[in-house]
Design a protein around this ligand. Structure first.
Ligand SMILES: C[S@@+](CC[C@H](N)C(=O)[O-])C[C@H]1O[C@@H](n2cnc3c(N)ncnc32)[C@H](O)[C@@H]1O
Length: 252
């Protein structure tokens, strides 16, 4: 499991993109005071923190299978109801939430249709189910330059483009198969600034997610070849990376 890493490593690698995305995603789902919300695949809490800000900790629940992430989010938000578990078998009763969200999670589910169907089950009738996944099949994901460099070196390498929901329209198809209603596809874009190339590269060496797992299995020479190819592909520092996510809003 590539999310069995310290919360701090995740924050440095993906949190810099998922933090700003969470603000836009919570806006898109129209999360507002008085609602009860569930963050599915909460990780160390990028979206949970937005939910807490808008709803108060007592109205927020969160669930994730990663042991270090669950420990981190429990200590960060002691009043949030944090559970250990997977989307495919959510540890909540039917119709519990007004809004259930999964930010950057559907593509990591073992069974995305049953995960989304479970999100619908725990959401009250007509409540909102929302999900988003980076555009890793196009050229809009935050790790696009990294995977392009990997493929330049090894055209057979497995990247994240084949993951469920990474292609335009796929999230909506999965929601439909999961029995959700009033499905509205859209997209969101965040921009992150990098002062130096090292700031961009170093978190790839922390073993987080499929990209981190790829770097971890390279020897020192291969790693240097990849690092240098990435540097060639990126603009000179400082630079910005715009990252887009496919999103879907649906009703339970
Ligand atoms: C890219 S991270 C996203 C974390 C957080 N939502 C964010 O936006 O920063 C993916 C998360 O999905 C979790 N995950 C993986 N498989 C899952 C599953 N089947 N059900 C729920 N969460 C899962 C991982 O443990 C990890 O925390």
């Amino acid at each position: 499991m590539t999310f069995d890493v310290p919360a701090d490593a995740y924050a440095r690698f993906m949190g810099r993109f998922s933090g700003p995305l969470a603000v836009q995603f919570a806006d898109l789902a129209q999360v507002r005071a008085g609602q009860r919300a569930l963050d599915v695949g909460c990780g160390p809490g990028a979206l949970t923190s937005q939910l807490v800000k808008r709803l108060g900790a007592a109205a927020v629940s969160a669930v994730d299978p990663s042991v270090p992430f669950v420990a981190a989010i429990r200590s960060r938000f002691p009043e949030v109801d944090v559970r250990s578990g997977a989307a495919e078998q959510l540890p909540f009763t039917d119709d519990t939430f007004d809004v259930t969200l999964a930010q950057l999670v559907v593509h990591f589910m073992t069974d995305p249709v049953s995960g989304l169907s479970e999100m619908g089950r725990v959401t009250r009738p007509d409540g909102v189910v929302a999900a988003c996944v980076w555009d890793s099949a196009g050229d809009g994901g935050p790790l696009d330059s990294f995977w392009r460099a990997v493929r330049d070196i090894d055209p057979d390498a497995r990247d994240e483009s084949q993951l469920s929901g990474a292609r335009e329209g796929q999230l909506a198809q999965l929601c439909e198969a999961a029995g959700l209603r009033d499905i509205e596809p859209t997209s969101l874009t965040v921009t992150v600034w990098f002062p130096t190339f090292a700031d961009w590269w170093e978190p790839f060496t922390l073993g987080v997610g499929p990209a981190g797992a790829h770097v971890a299995q390279l020897d020192e020479v291969q790693r240097e070849v990849l690092r240098s190819r990435c540097e060639q592909l990126l603009p000179p520092a400082p630079f910005e990376i715009a990252a887009s996510a496919w999103c879907v809003l649906a009703r339970a």
